[in-house]
Ligand binder design. Structure first.
Ligand SMILES: Cc1cc2nc3c(=O)[nH]c(=O)nc-3n(C[C@H](O)[C@H](O)[C@H](O)COP(=O)(O)OP(=O)(O)OC[C@H]3O[C@@H](n4cnc5c(N)ncnc54)[C@H](O)[C@@H]3O)c2cc1C
Length: 307
């Protein structure tokens, strides 16, 4: 395929295990890094003309890619860095690119004394991935302070969509598979910097205590069930430490599957299957995956998280 004219980097046959936090997954044919709007449009047009489907990847912290890899191309907007501030009284409208790391964004907000997103500190994804997943923690969701989103789509181009015209639910949004969250605007308010940093420190310490941050993982594997966290069912079923190959149910947090080193996507899939089976048998509860599976034939588990 001819990539002449595309300004950003185009990588070929890239092992996805290097680009996902779970550290599993075979190769993707193309991984492309557009550097601006024009480039993004060019990349998507080029792929479409060549009949190659594509997905947008942020930091890869919520996806598990099959060992056989992906037929699609992967587009990453993480090299586009936009950050703008407009102050009005005690509030500030912050415009941020979809590819920016959430951690970096929230740290920058804290430095400026801008509050609203600090409870999401240390969620390891990007702003765009966070909006797609409506990421949240400690009772706060990324959509809480969202004003609008610039979404790019091949059919409609770049379009600003107000939050009220989107839908957000528990770990899901109306962002579709071929939509790119290019930019987002948040309404944040001024607050004492020290107090913001204290909250962030609390969030970090809680995460460090309760999450197995020392191992590769994709965060929580399953969604809560009717407000009841999934880990309770998994723990009560005595599944902590259960292992298939090098995929293991974390002893620290039962809703995390960790990669002990060299685990395969197949190991993880089989372990998920076992967990679901055991929890269903014990409690009659069907756990639903929060993580997305890419490149698996089983469409039922391909969670696209659309409302
Ligand atoms: C240790 C750990 C802790 C975690 N803790 C939490 C937590 O507390 N709360 C929580 O909600 N999640 C948590 N997660 C899961 C994950 O970090 C979030 O879901 C995060 O929002 C995913 O962002 P990402 O950029 O990594 O997205 P990816 O994993 O790269 O992609 C996830 C989805 O978003 C889409 N996407 C990515 N970027 C864009 C874009 N620019 N435009 C459109 N679509 C895009 C992808 O196509 C895919 O559908 C955790 C994960 C780990 C590994």
């Amino acid at each position: 395929m001819d990539w002449t004219g595309i300004k950003g980097a185009v990588l070929r046959d890239v092992p996805m295990k290097r680009y996902t936090s779970m550290k599993v997954g075979g190769s993707v044919r193309y991984m492309v890094y557009p550097i601006d709007e024009e480039d993004l449009l060019g990349v998507v047009t080029r792929l479409s003309e060549n009949g190659i489907s594509y997905r947008f990847l942020g930091n890869g912290t919520n996806v598990i890619v099959n060992d056989s890899g992906l037929e699609e191309a992967v587009i990453r907007v993480i090299r586009i860095n936009i950050l703008r501030h407009r102050y009005h009284g005690d509030s500030c409208t912050v415009t941020v690119s979809g590819g920016m790391s959430l951690k970096r964004f929230i740290t920058d907000c804290a430095r400026r004394g801008l509050s609203g997103l600090e409870k999401l500190y240390w969620i390891p994804g990007t702003v765009g991935g966070g909006i797609k997943m409506n990421a949240g923690s400690f009772g706060s969701s990324i959509s809480d302070h969202l004003l609008d989103v610039v979404v790019f789509n091949r059919d409609s181009g770049f379009k600003t969509i107000a939050k009220d015209d989107m839908s957000f639910g528990y770990r899901r949004s109306s962002v579709r598979r071929n939509d790119c969250v290019f930019m987002a605007r948040f309404n944040l308010h001024k607050r004492d910097k020290g107090a913001i940093l204290e909250d962030m420190d609390y969030v970090y310490r809680e995460r460090k205590t309760h999450h197995p941050m020392e191992f590769p993982s994709s965060g929580s594997v399953f969604k809560s069930v009717g407000g009841e966290p999934a880990w309770r069912f998994i723990e009560k079923a005595g599944l902590k430490g259960m292992r298939i190959g090098n995929a293991c149910v974390s002893e620290k947090h039962a809703n995390f599957i960790i990669n002990l080193g060299g685990a395969t996507a197949r190991d993880i899939k089989r372990l998920i299957h076992r967990i679901k089976g055991e929890v269903f048998e014990r409690f009659g509860v069907l756990l639903e995956e929060e993580v997305e599976f890419w490149g698996f034939d089983d469409k039922a588990t391909e969670n696209q998280r659309q409302v």
